[in-house]
Ligand binder design. Structure first.
Ligand code: AP5
Ligand code: MG
Length: 191
C-alpha cells in the first residue's frame, strides 16, 4: 500500500495536488475538511457542531475527526492506499492514526509537507474566497487565525513524522504542474 500524508498550511495546495496524485497512484483521497463541509451542507448533527469551529478557523475536536477517518478507512478496505489531506492536524491525531493503522497492519509511507510563505497563502485564500463560498476564506482575520493555529497546533506534527524518518519538505510555490512533479519524484522513491 501507498499511504501519503499530504501536509501543509491552509492554502498550501493540498487539495489541488491530492486530486492529481490520486489519479496517478490510484489512491483514495481522505480530506477531513471536505468531509466536514459535506456534513455541514447536509446539516447533520456532526456538521452543526463542526460549523462554529470551522467558520472561525478553529480546529474541530480530535475525537470527531479521528472517528471520521477510522470510519472512512474501514469503508475503503480494498483501497491501494490513501492520501490523507488536512489530517493529522495535531500530534494527538498523528498518534491515533498510527495506532489505528498499526492495528490494521498498514503504515504511512511518507509525509510530504508543502512549504509556502504566509503572504502567498493569504493571497491564494483571499482570491479563492471571492468565489468559493467557503466561510473560512472570507476575510483576512479568519485566514490569519487559520495560519496561527497551523503554526501552534499543526506544525508540531512535522516532528512526529521526522522522528520516524518519513518527513520531506516540498517547495509548494510555482505552477501546479511544477509542484506536482516534485511530489511525484518524492513518492516514486518510497513506492
Ligand atoms: P481544510 O479543508 O483542510 O482546509 P485548510 O487546511 O485550511 O486548507 P485549504 O483546503 O484551504 O487549502 P489546501 O492546502 O487544500 O489548498 P488548495 O489546494 O485548496 O480544513 C478546513 C477546516 O476544517 C479547518 O480550519 C478546521 O476547522 C476543520 N478541520 C479539517 N480537518 C481537521 C482536522 N484534521 N482536525 C480538526 N479540524 C479539522 O489551494 C488553495 C487555493 O490556492 C485554491 O484556490 C487553489 O486553486 C490555489 N492554488 C493551489 N495551488 C496553487 C499554485 N501552485 N499557485 C497558485 N495558486 C494555487
Ligand atoms: Mg484543502
Amino acid at each position: 500500500m501507498l499511504n501519503i500524508v499530504l501536509f501543509g498550511p491552509p492554502g498550501a495546495g493540498k487539495g489541488t495536488q491530492a486530486e492529481k496524485l490520486l489519479k496517478k497512484y490510484e489512491l483514495v483521497h481522505l480530506s477531513t475538511g471536505e468531509i466536514l463541509r459535506g456534513e455541514i451542507a447536509a446539516q447533520t448533527p456532526l456538521g452543526k457542531e463542526a460549523q462554529a469551529f470551522m467558520d472561525k478557523g478553529e480546529l474541530v475536536s480530535d475525537s470527531v475527526v479521528i472517528n471520521m477517518i477510522e470510519g472512512m478507512i474501514d469503508e475503503n478496505n480494498s483501497a491501494k492506499g490513501f492520501i490523507f489531506d488536512g489530517f493529522p492536524r495535531t500530534t494527538a491525531q498523528a498518534e491515533a492514526l498510527d495506532k489505528m493503522l498499526n492495528a490494521k497492519k498498514i503504515n504511512i509511507s511518507t509525509m510530504l509537507a508543502l512549504a509556502v510563505d504566509d503572504d502567498e497563502l493569504i493571497k491564494r485564500l483571499l482570491h479563492r474566497g471571492k468565489e468559493s463560498g467557503r466561510s473560512d476564506d472570507q476575510n483576512e482575520s479568519i485566514i490569519a487565525n487559520r495560519i496561527k493555529i497551523y503554526i501552534k497546533n499543526t506544525a508540531p506534527v512535522i516532528d512526529f513524522y521526522d522522528m520516524q524518518g518519513k518527513y520531506t519538505s516540498i517547495d509548494g510555490t510555482g505552477s501546479v504542474e511544477e509542484i506536482y512533479d516534485r511530489l511525484c519524484e518524492s513518492i516514486d522513491k518510497v513506492k
